[in-house]
Design a protein around this ligand. Structure first.
Ligand SMILES: Nc1ncnc2c1ncn2[C@@H]1O[C@H](COP(=O)(O)OP(=O)(O)OP(=O)(O)O)[C@@H](O)[C@H]1O
Length: 261
């Protein structure tokens, strides 16, 4: 069994250990994650890829404590999420993880600054003024702080969401298709910011993406197929990622449908 000291020594920010997750029951049951183990190293940028339905979102939701698993264990840092009660899990989500969504998910009535500081306010934590300035400078939003989301471009809104995720210095930022709604230039800004967060601020990031160019910003890409981790690339380039995706798509098309009794 995995122990607290092992996690401390290995420097893992998150871990799924033999995780299985099934949706539904009987003939329509779908095994979204199938005895899957993955380690997320602290201070690394990890991308999760795989064909549609391979389990990427389910894995991210389970790692972030947004969903529970049927068997296996999930860890954030030294905290085992499996078996935690609702209150403790909510505490992990509030204080230990950050989220960036494809649709930005900003509150429309709040200014950019209020959106950025909201998670800390909810957790009754005060933002450190210097760190706030550093984060705002890094996303290039210093002259947009009083604007509401409707007064910002999509790229600027996503930069607000990035600053909101980074400000509390979470153990892990989970980004779900963060560039999926943006043109390539704005998407590039977001990816460069995520990369800088890892290199300069030692932030750990896990990103689900379908885009090989986005995945190429990561230190490591893990590939899922049918709920299993089937391949990984280190220091990937976009061509290698694309080739791997093509190979997995072909394998997926040959495979049996995944509904199981
Ligand atoms: N709430 C749910 N109820 C039933 N089945 C679900 C649910 N969530 C996911 N699934 C199923 O689990 C499998 C994995 O889904 P998941 O969304 O994790 O895949 P994905 O790789 O993120 O897909 P995509 O790239 O299309 O977003 C799919 O077969 C999906 O239909």
């Amino acid at each position: 069994m995995t122990t607290v000291s092992q996690h401390t020594i290995t420097g893992l920010a998150a871990r799924a250990d033999g995780v299985t997750k099934t949706f539904g029951t009987g003939a329509t049951a779908v095994t979204a994650l199938n005895d899957l183990t993955v380690n997320v190293q602290r201070g690394q940028f990890t991308a999760i890829m795989g064909p549609s339905g391979s389990g990427k979102s389910t894995l991210m939701h389970c790692l972030a404590g947004l969903d529970t698993v049927d068997s296996g264990e999930v860890w954030i840092g030294e905290t085992r999420l499996t078996g935690l009660g609702d209150k403790a899990l909510a505490d992990v989500r509030r204080n230990r993880v950050g989220f960036i969504f494809q649709q930005f998910n900003l509150l429309p009535t709040l200014s950019a600054e209020e959106n950025i500081t909201l998670p800390l306010a909810i957790a009754s934590r005060r933002p450190d003024a210097r760190w706030f300035d550093t984060v705002v400078e890094a996303v290039g939003l210093a002259d947009r702080l009083t604007h509401r989301p409707s007064e910002l471009s999509g790229g600027q809104q996503q930069r607000v969401a990035c600053a909101r995720a980074l400000l509390p210095k979470p153990d892990v930022i989970f980004a779900d298709e963060p560039t999926g709604n943006l043109d390539s230039r704005s998407g590039g800004d977001i990816l460069r910011f995520l990369r800088r967060s890892v290199e300069e601020f030692n932030q750990t990031i896990v990103m689900v993406t379908h885009d090989p160019n986005a995945a190429a910003f990561a230190d490591r890409v893990v590939f899922l197929l049918d709920g299993r981790l089937v391949h990984e690339l280190r220091d990937p380039d976009a061509d290698d990622v694309l080739d791997t995706m093509k190979a997995l798509d072909a394998l997926g098309q040959d495979a049996e449908p995944r509904a199981r009794a």
